[in-house]
Design a protein around this ligand. Structure first.
Ligand code: FUC
Length: 830
């Protein structure tokens, strides 16, 4: 089978014609992922699975593990239901997830102090995201050897396939999660009749009850310790042969949890005897339909409780039973690809042979050559793939692992971590042309306001309006970690504003974004602290248990420049190092941008003139950025080069908090503030590239930062570092352990190298590296509801077009090959 497809992109509507041989975006492997030994209803041990050997993999702690979920399985999803596919030939497994299955609750009494999680955490604990179950399919194959094995994930269709030959038949298994039909589908066929024989079970992670229903249907339902109801159903359809339900009458399952050495985590211990399963004998083909649901409703008013999951599953299967498999697949592909195909990208190639390599071998090759623009383009498109598969309107947003998780005690609770991770997952949403996939984050921000208003008052005092939150959040309005993250509300505001800037949707601005922006401003109006001349009143605390002391002009002479009446954000933490202190630059920059954008929004809407005048007056008094004695941008209001004890406060830290005004913010830029931009560059250089700098999410951020500084080869080297140090075989990001922020984030980070639109103009190829000298991108987005397509050769733009769906567009300034030109976008239909 060839992975190469000749794509002639004749963009008639955009006027750009490119005839480029671009490889189809596909991940593929010559071996299945290793499935750890597990007892199944038809066998107390599935040790001898008969599978082809998998690749020994390391877990997040760097130890070899028998289960290679983390680095070898491939994700599928529809934003609600997620699966990670192992692709075994004899025994196959899909780890199943549903986006809302969460233990814990609002953890009100000890909010944040009770960061207890796990499979049995109750309402008073923070809880964690839970895996739902596992679909196991044990095939009976002839004794002959399995040959020509291949598993692949086709990013153009969002379909996983496993193909191989055994005896004289070719076997094909497909899996995908349909958004229109809301089911996960697994099919098995062979090109000779009667060759599909298998046993199929749905295995749990929690205490469940089993029942069965007509049509070879198995139902698995349960209630978590926090009262959340969940239910999963599988239904098996066959063509030819026979299928029957084997049900020994076992209903209730009581699990215990123990540490599994194989998976190096806590796992359920299951006695499988008597669990119902479906047996298929000598069918021509079979299809397994999986539906999962909980009774979660994203509404504080409804106490987070919604519809009965059983009803949902029953009606989903009833609806889908009227459709042929061909139609289910066709509708899935049409739905998914209508989003994916909006953007195509070609950055060059290291040759046909490299483009055709298995993905894991290709990554290994990259580690020695560091040259494979095709792999880099694949990483970009994979970021878009996981966003479409993990984040669809109407659902919760993606968490630390997207929606894919196989552990009942996942790292960091698999929560909504908001000091970089959650936000980064959405950096590609607008610019990479997936605006509707941004909706789950925007809705999350919106729906968490009600509980957060209450906890914010408890923490900051009754007089404080608005809301903010702790560093990690759960879907119950609860917060994890003792520490609050006050400026995160202003960071969230950037997302709300960006969605307007890219879409130009004035109704959204009026009804959704502006009221939230205003409320966040209220919080800061009440929280900002005024200091005197010489910074009198500035406080610092060297760690949570240390005494709070004053910052003085005697110790920090630079405070002499602080004017009386200066406003600072109180006691911030420049993620996650240094003291708790007034006026951290990360906080100051975010609040400055919040005020700036809110004032702009009010002007557009023609509202709140008087109030925004006051806001502008406050904005002008915010303590601003300062350039430190070493020419770097100060991270704190005082010029620190070391912390008490002598450790450097400039290098070796993964967060680049004080550069947030460069990206994802835009208050510091080469165009608007060249001196500060130069200092910010120095700060970034000083951070270094080793040790703590190497994390899943550090590289996409630094890619975007260097791109904003116009340093193409530096930006590209951040992409290279990501691949060298923090990329797993399945293109998941590795913190370690696996963390999906980097995976999502690269779509955003790399976009900044190709197009920027934050400084009042559209710049084409602002940071194009040597390695991508010839290429094209069709369908990248710029602020102002503009879609850009362009091609380039030897680093120079050779053709470009701008389109918009906004009637009567105004001309915009476009920088092409260093020259600014006024261009009016062409109007196209929505
Ligand atoms: C933040 C980061 C860590 C990690 C965690 C989940 O706290 O500082 O590196 O990504 O989130």
């Amino acid at each position: 089978m060839t992975t190469r497809t000749l794509i002639y992109t004749l963009a008639i509507c955009t006027g750009i014609a490119t005839a480029t041989e671009a490889p189809a975006p596909v991940l593929w492997y010559k071996q299945p992922a290793i499935i750890s030994e597990t007892p199944l209803p038809w066998a107390t041990s599935a040790k001898a699975t008969g599978n082809l050997p998998g690749k020994p993999a390391k877990n997040g702690e760097g130890k070899l593990t028998n289960d290679s979920w983390e680095s070898q399985t491939l994700p599928i999803g529809n934003g609600r239901i997620g699966g990670t596919v192992y692709g075994g030939d004899h025994l196959d497994r899909i780890n199943l997830n549903e986006v809302s299955l969460w233990t814990g609750g609002p953890n009100a009494p000890q909010n944040g102090h009770n960061y207890k999680y796990g499979p049995t955490a109750g309402k008073d604990a923070f809880g964690c995201y839970q895996p739902f179950g596992n679909l196991y399919v044990q095939f009976t194959l002839p004794e002959e050897k399995v040959e020509s094995y291949r598993r692949e994930l086709d990013l153009q269709k969002a379909v996983h396939s496993t193909t191989f030959e055994c005896a004289d038949a070719k076997h094909t298994r497909l899996s995908f999660v349909s958004e229109p039909d809301d089911v996960l589908v697994y099919t098995a066929t062979a090109d000779k009749p009667g060759r599909v024989s298998a046993k199929i079970a749905l295995m749990p992670y929690h205490n469940v009850s089993y029942s069965v229903a007509p049509g070879n249907t198995i139902i698995m339902s349960g209630t978590l310790a926090n009262g959340q109801l969940f239910e999963g159903r599988i239904q098996v359809r066959t063509k030819g042969g026979k299928a029957r339900l084997v049900h020994a009458g076992k209903k209730d399952l009581n699990l215990t949890y123990g540490r599994s050495r194989q998976e190096n985590s806590v796992q359920p211990i299951i006695d499988p005897t008597g669990i119902p399963y479906v047996e298929v004998n000598e069918a021509d083909s079979m299809a397994i339909l999986v539906t999962l649901a909980t009774n979660y409703k994203q509404s504080y008013k409804a106490n987070w409780v919604g519809k009965d999951p059983a009803k949902h599953n029953k009606s989903t299967l009833a609806k889908v039973s009227k459709k042929s498999m061909r139609d289910i697949l066709a509708d899935h592909v049409a739905n998914y690809s209508s989003l994916f195909k909006r953007l195509s990208i070609y950055l060059g190639s290291a040759g046909e042979a490299v483009d055709a390599m298995p993905t894991d071998e290709r990554i290994a090759r990259y580690k020695t050559t560091q040259h494979d623009p095709g792999l880099e383009a694949l990483i970009y498109q994979y970021g878009r793939y996981v966003l479409i598969s993990g984040s669809r309107p109407g659902n919760l947003p993606v968490n630390l692992q997207g929606i894919w998780n196989n552990k009942v005690t996942p790292p960091w609770a698999c929560d909504y971590h908001n000091n970089i991770n959650l936000q980064m997952c959405y950096w590609g949403a607008e610019v990479a042309n997936l605006s509707e996939c941004h909706q789950p984050l925007i809705r999350f921000i919106d729906t968490m306001r009600a509980p957060l208003r209450e906890s914010t008052k408890k923490q900051f005092g009754k007089h404080v309006r608005g809301w903010t939150t702790r560093i990690s959040q759960n879907p119950w309005g609860g917060g994890g970690w003792v520490k609050w993250n006050p400026p995160v509300n202003a960071w969230y505001a950037l997302h709300l504003w960006d969605h307007y800037q890219y879409s130009g949707d004035i109704n959204y601005l009026r009804k959704t974004a502006y009221p939230i922006l205003k409320e966040i401003c209220h919080f800061w109006e009440d929280e900002l602290k005024e200091v005197g001349a010489n910074g009198v009143g500035l406080k610092t605390q060297n760690g949570e248990k240390a005494p709070i002391t004053n910052l003085t002009v005697e110790e920090f002479p630079e405070l002499a420049e602080i004017k009386p009446g200066t406003l600072v954000c109180p006691m911030g933490w420049s993620h996650e190092w240094g003291p708790l202190e007034d006026g951290c630059m990360h906080d100051q920059q975010l609040v400055w941008e919040l005020f700036e954008n809110t004032i702009a929004a009010a002007r557009i809407l023609g509202v709140d003139e008087e109030w925004t005048e006051k806001l502008a007056e406050k904005q002008a008094r915010l303590a601003g950025n300062r350039i430190g004695s070493g020419g770097y941008l100060q991270e704190w209001i005082v010029d620190r080069q070391t912390f008490p004890g002598g450790k450097s406060s400039l290098s070796g830290q993964r967060h680049t908090s004080h550069l947030i005004g460069v990206f994802p913010g835009s208050s510091i830029s080469l165009v608007k503030t060249p001196e500060l931009a130069k200092a910010a560059m120095k700060s970034l250089e000083l951070r270094g590239l080793t040790a703590d700098n190497r994390r899943s999410w550090t590289w996409p951020w630094r890619t975007a930062l260097w791109a904003r500084f116009g340093k193409a080869d530096k930006a590209h080297s951040m992409v290279q570092h990501y691949i060298l140090y923090n990329l797993l075989d399945n293109l998941f990001g590795d913190h370690p352990p696996m963390q999906m922020d980097g995976t999502f984030g690269m779509a955003g980070g790399m976009s900044e190298m190709l197009l920027q639109s934050h400084a009042g103009q559209i710049e084409l190829l602002p940071a194009l590296p040597q390695a991508w000298a010839d290429g094209y991108i069709h369908g990248i987005r710029a602020r102002g509801n503009i879609t850009v397509s362009m091609a380039w050769k030897n680093g120079e733009v050779t053709s470009y077009t701008l389109t918009t769906t906004t009637p009567n567009p105004k001309p915009v300034m476009v920088v092409v090959n260093g020259v600014a030109k006024e261009t009016t976008p062409t109007v196209v239909k929505k």
